[in-house]
Each structure stands twice: as C-alpha cells, then as structure tokens.
Design a protein around this ligand. Sequence first.
Ligand code: SF4
Length: 188
Amino acid sequence: MVNDPPRYDRSVWRKSPTGPSELLKITSNEKPSRMKVSSSIFAESPMDLDAMINEHDQIIGEYHSKYNEISWDEMIIPDFSYFDLKIKIAENLLEKCVLCEKKCEIDRRFEIGSCRVIKPVIASEFLHMGEEKPLVPSHTIFFSGCNFKCTYCQNWDISQHPDRGIVLDPVKLGLIIDLRTQARINEC
Ligand code: SF4
C-alpha cells in the first residue's frame, strides 16, 4: 500500500539552519511579499519612459532595504507607488515591444509580434502536487504562448498556440487561487 505524501509539510523550511525561509514567511503572512512592499513605496509619475526608468533606478535601493525591514504594521499605500511605476514602464515598453530579446518593436496593444501574444491567456491553473516536498501544493498557472520555439518543448500545445485558453480578470483569478487553496487546507 502506498501512503499519501504529507500535505502542506513545510517543516523542511522550519528546520533550515538559517531559520524559516523567506517564502515560508510570505506564504504564512508573517512578512509582506516583494509586490506588497513595492506597493508601499512612494514614486513620482513621470511622463516619458527615460524619466520613469531613471525614477525606478533611484528607488531600487530604498526598496531593497525596506523589503528586509518592513513589517505589516508599517505598510502605508501611497496614491502612486513604486509598483505602479513598474506597471507604467511595462505598458510603455509594450507600445514598441522590447520585452524580450526578439525586440519586435511593434505596438503589442494592437499588433502581433513573434510571440503572437496580445493578452495574457491562461491555459490552465491548478494546485500542483508534483513539485518538491516543501513546495507542495503550489498554485500553478500556465499562460499560453512563448517567444521561443524550442523543438522539444513539452508544452508545445500551449506554447505555440497563444490563443488556447481564456482571458481571466486578475481579481477573479486571485479569488480562484484563494478558494482552491482554502479548499485544500480544509481537506487536510
Ligand atoms: S516576441 Fe513578443 S514579447 Fe518579445 S519583443 Fe516580440 S512582441 Fe515583444
């Protein structure tokens, strides 16, 4: 008889000589994630891309020290944050897309580049039970499309077909992740 592997066994991280891992602290809500910390740092909202990148480079030192020190109690969300700045930079780069080394320089909002990706299409999302023990279960999201065309791609059916799947509102996706995770915790 094969026993089920232990679920949510994250003791490996707790037993680490360096103490609980950063990922464990974040997934247990002991520490804010990088995204949350970057959302708590004030940024200016410059109009052109070079100024935005300059602003981004100036804040990066503050971000690193804040990430190592900040607690949830100290989190204040400004009107425009370092995270918002990152989004604006990405949106600007999309307008003449150089997001990868193919550097198609097309306007990704209206045109199709080498990757043939326009909107983020989700091929599947699920709780992955086959990762290394401390990472089980991991919520896995497969996006369709890829800028590579590797001959032996094991995910070719979605990597080479960027239209396979659905476009999902990010808030809905977050809700699905929460519900799936909660259901799994309740099972244990
Ligand atoms: S392959 Fe896609 S992501 Fe890369 S530069 Fe071209 S359009 Fe942008």
